[in-house]
Design a protein around this ligand. Structure first.
Ligand SMILES: Cc1cc2nc3c(=O)[nH]c(=O)nc-3n(C[C@H](O)[C@H](O)[C@H](O)COP(=O)(O)OP(=O)(O)OC[C@H]3O[C@@H](n4cnc5c(N)ncnc54)[C@H](O)[C@@H]3O)c2cc1C
Ligand code: FES
Length: 338
């Protein structure tokens, strides 16, 4: 039995499990996920999808349905592909087109801990005792109680859990979710939908750089929790910038991971302190610091930080094979946040 994450074009992810030697299409249809399908025989190419991780038997098909070049790039035909391990597969259609409904979880707040004067760790337990599965790095939408609005937050915990954790920065004034969380109480109900997003950790098989800005540390905690659970031989370099010393949160948690080697570099942008250098994470983006031929790179944080890191990597000609970003863009924002 293999667990297959089906990642749709709109960022929605659903997990299916193959029974026996089922194809991906058979496993999806068995649970009502209508991925694009026509001939179901490897002849038309309608069910073409892209494997992002894991191994599979590609089955039988004709060249017109899938070229040799496509197969070499990781594409396969869902009506023929039989997973031989857990997989992540990109479906080339939206979740709505495949009649997928994102699951809404009724949860109860179990913990609200201020990690600094403006950053809260929120934990919420799924009321019916079920668990949520997501790819480390993905996010969920939380309905702001008493409104019809949702806000997005990255998971900062391990997947397959009934207690979900987030790390949230409360904006100083006028934020809908921020204002709610300032007076929220343990025991209150939150509706959480997900998982969502294409920012998730792939297999770590070359030197990897994580760049986190502010609460952009959250998805990296989730990724590192998984690597720590499974064990990893590659060293991860984590560059973490926050506004002030108190807003460098969860660094001790990262440093305590015993089964994954994380080199941490933290800095603060406002003022000075004894523990961390001043400035931005871009101070470490130099040819002297980053000496590997090629990297896999993940960046998460505010818009401006993500763009600054991207530009600095280009200017300093740091080579990468894979590059993933997540911008914490405020809901409804049409331009860069201040
Ligand atoms: C995919 C994704 C994942 C995210 N994950 C996280 C996460 O893990 N942790 C986290 O803390 N946040 C995260 N965010 C940001 C989060 O969704 C909200 O935007 C943020 O919490 C503000 O929500 P609010 O309801 O309090 O403010 P809103 O009611 O949305 O905003 C009120 C006003 O404040 C402005 N504003 C909003 N955010 C900021 C800001 N950061 N700085 C200055 N002005 C702002 C808005 O433009 C608006 O004018 C994520 C965003 C996205 C898109
Ligand atoms: S549905 Fe025709 S090739 Fe898969």
């Amino acid at each position: 039995m293999s667990k297959v994450a089906l990642n749709f074009e709109d960022g929605v992810t659903r997990f299916v499990e193959t029974a026996g030697y089922e194809t991906i299409a058979e496993a999806a249809y068995r649970v009502g996920i209508n991925i694009p399908l026509d001939c179901a025989d490897g002849a038309c190419g309608t069910c073409k999808c892209l494997s992002k991780s894991g191994s599979f038997d590609p089955g039988d098909y004709i060249d017109e349905a899938l070229s040799e070049e496509e197969a070499e790039s990781g594409y396969g035909l869902a009506c023929q592909m039989r997973p031989e391990s857990d997989m992540i597969v990109e479906i080339l259609a939206s979740s709505a087109a495949c009649k997928v409904e994102v699951t809404a979880y009724e949860t109860e707040i179990t913990e609200l801990t201020f990690l600094s004067s403006e950053i809260v760790k929120l934990k919420a337990k799924i009321k019916d005792g079920s668990t949520i599965t997501f790819l480390p790095g993905q996010y969920a939408n939380i309905l702001v109680p008493g409104t019809t609005e949702t806000r997005s937050y990255s998971f900062s915990c391990l997947s397959d859990t009934s207690e979900i954790e987030f790390i949230i920065r409360l904006i100083s004034e006028g934020g809908l979710m921020s204002d709610y969380l300032r007076q929220a109480k343990v025991g209150e109900t939150l509706t959480i939908t997900g998982p969502l997003g294409s920012f998730y950790s792939r297999e770590i098989n070359r030197q990897t750089l994580f760049f986190a800005g502010g609460t952009g540390i959250a998805p990296f905690i989730s990724m590192l929790e998984k690597l720590n659970k499974e064990g990893s031989t590659e060293t991860i370099k984590l560059y973490y910038g926050a506004t002030t010393e108190e807003n460098i949160v969860e660094l001790d948690r990262v440093k305590a991971y015993a089964n994954v080697d994380v080199e941490t570099y933290a800095c603060i942008s406002n003022g000075e302190c004894d523990s961390f250098p001043s400035g931005y994470v871009t101070q470490w983006i130099t040819k002297e610091e980053l000496t590997a031929d090629v990297y896999d790179i993940y960046i998460c944080g505010p818009n401006a930080m993500v763009d600054a890191v991207k530009s600095s990597l280009e200017e300093n000609q740091i080579n990468f094979d894979n590059f993933y970003t997540e911008k914490f863009i405020p809901t409804g924002a049409v331009s860069e946040p201040a």
